[in-house]
Design a protein around this ligand. Structure first.
Ligand code: ADP
Ligand code: ZN
Length: 522
């Protein structure tokens, strides 16, 4: 039997860590570490440093030793790795005898993937021998600034790490959140013997990538128009389904673009052929699911379009980040509609993840919806999510054309009240009929023509109400209950608006656009 192919880093990202996408910086760092390079990564706290050594550790054949100064943090990481099915252990002063015994056994059995040790361990001579016997392939150093004598956290034992690296002859990946230029130089001297490692510095902004979102209006035409305006340039269109990648590729070819599709359902050979052609050929368009990922390393992708809303803000940023790696201007467009929002929520709700992960996934989707319905600079909002503050960018659709805003409080309160008076049991389509006072059999059968909200929303047309409902979902004021055919349920965020304690600003340009977006039927 042929051996199982080793899982890709992206597959492990999902199966072990439960993440849909890399956060800014992670992918590049993982690549460098897996390529066997010495690396230094400076990432803000909460940026996701641990993944950058945990994921490579799982891909490497052998052990990764993690040096970390904080016992509580080590134990925490070991616990969550074990919960995810990874063989990990720690050697710390807080260990019980059994714990230490188990670590040695796993080393002897050759099953240990990650070993956390405190720097003090390096003082005794035995550790180097142990790590050599354990087939150590990578040294990861957390809180690498502790090697700096001038910093606030100096740990003398960190100075021994350089010796360990020399003794083992393996690459070293160092991580820290705080490193001014002097500290960085000191890290390089002491951990890397002065040879410059691949360095990843915070500042995850990719200012050459223009950002734009559009509500779905005539989605196929929107994508074809976008591609037509960029004829001859290499681009990717991400789609939410395999079928759509095939349909869109055909539509693009009909419009005389060189285009092919790519998804996980294709034979490995066919996939590789597309990857190779994309790499080699100028101006090819690939319509793809997210399976078109880490394998592509093409610097001059000039545009990325999303024919459907991505899964999360992380997925969005990773996918658009494939454009313009050469630093030259690149453009992006993301389409979204009420159906997308419902689809993504449903995907989360129906998944097998534990409840807390589902809640986190809804949060990541909300962050993306907030970006889609943003009223000010998109990049500012995007970077803020990843922990960086910035000025308005001048390179997004909202900076270019400031949107026409209006106080939507009154409209939103009417809509919420229609939902509440019908026990939050209906989708936008039915609620809009109530707001417009459209009497029909369905409405009369339920007595909805006698509601006080019946006909109170005639100042807007049906399609305008659809845009308002979509923005309400974007602001997470209502969520479709996927177990009840998309019935809209109010969230806690909506209550202060309903009570008149808060107001809400909506985009009039999106409301006045006036074309129908598909809305859930109840
Ligand atoms: P740091 O060590 O940089 O402060 P952590 O490694 O503890 O940050 O990660 C911070 C948080 O980000 C954790 O809750 C982690 O689960 C989450 N996280 C890390 N990578 C991703 C990702 N690719 N997608 C979503 N969440 C992530
Ligand atoms: Zn901007």
């Amino acid at each position: 039997m042929p051996a199982e192919p080793a899982p890709t880093p992206e597959a492990l990202l999902a199966s072990v860590f439960g993440f849909h996408a890399f956060r800014p910086g992670q992918e590049e760092i993982v690549r460098a570490v897996l390529a066997g390079r010495d690396t230094l990564a400076i990432m803000p706290t909460g940026g996701g440093k641990s993944l950058c050594f945990q994921l490579p550790a799982l891909c490497l054949d052998g052990l990764t030793v993690v040096i970390s100064p904080l016992i509580a943090l080590m134990r925490d990481q070991v616990r969550s790795l074990r919960e995810a099915g990874v063989t990990a252990g720690a050697l710390t002063s807080g260990n019980t005898e059994e714990e230490t015994e188990a670590v040695f056994e796993a080393i002897d059995a050759g099953t240990l993937k990650l070993l956390y040790i405190a720097p003090e361990r390096l003082a005794g001579g035995g550790t180097t021998t142990l790590l050599r016997r354990a087939k150590t392939r990578l040294i990861a150093v957390d809180e690498a600034h502790c090697v700096s004598q001038w910093g606030h956290d100096f740990r003398p034992d960190y100075l021994r790490i350089g010796d360990l690296k020399r003794a083992l002859g393996v690459p070293l990946a160092a991580f820290t959140a705080t490193a001014d230029e002097e500290t960085r130089a000191e890290i390089v001297t002491r951990l890397f013997e002065g040879r410059a490692p691949a360095t990843f510095l915070r500042g995850f902004d990719r200012p050459n990538i223009a950002l734009a979102f559009e509500p779905k209006d005539q989605p196929r035409k929107q994508i074809l128009d976008f591609a037509a305006a960029r004829r001859g340039q290499s681009g990717i269109v991400y789609c939410a389904s395999r079928a759509k990648t095939e349909q869109l590729a055909a539509a693009l070819r009909d419009a005389d673009h060189p285009a092919c599709h790519y998804h996980g359902g294709m034979e490995a050979e066919a996939r590789r052929a597309v990857e190779a052609r994309f790499q080699r050929e100028d101006g090819l368009i690939v319509t793809a699911t997210v399976a078109f990922g880490m394998g592509i390393d093409k610097p001059d992708i000039r545009w990325v379009a999303h024919a459907d809303l991505p899964k999360s803000i992380e997925s969005y940023y990773q996918e658009i980040g494939r454009a313009g790696r050469d630093g030259a201007p690149a453009e992006t467009l993301t389409l979204y509609g009420a159906d997308d929002i419902r689809f993504r929520r449903q995907q989360i709700d129906e998944g097998l993840a534990p409840d807390e992960r589902k809640a986190a996934d809804h949060g990541r989707l909300n962050a993306l919806l907030g970006l889609a319905e943003a009223t000010g600079c998109r990049r500012q909002r995007l970077l803020a999510y990843f922990g960086e503050s910035s000025e308005p960018c001048g390179n997004c659709d909202l900076c270019e054309t400031p949107p026409d805003l209006f106080d939507g409080t009154e409209a939103v309160r009417k809509a919420l009240s229609a939902a509440l008076r019908t026990e939050e049991s209906y989708g936008a389509g039915h609620l809009i009929e109530i707001l417009l006072g459209q009497s029909n059999d369905r409405i009369r059968a339920r007595g909805h023509d006698r509601l006080p909200t019946f006909g109170v929303g005639r100042e807007f047309s049906r399609s305008e109400w659809q845009a308002i409902f979509r923005q309400m979902q974007g602001h997470d004021l209502v969520r479709p209950d996927t177990a009840r055919h998309g019935a809209l349920v109010m969230t806690a965020r909506a209550r202060p608006i309903l009570r008149g304690e808060e107001s809400i600003t909506l985009r009039r340009d999106l409301v006045r656009k006036g074309r129908a977006t598909p809305v859930a039927k109840a």
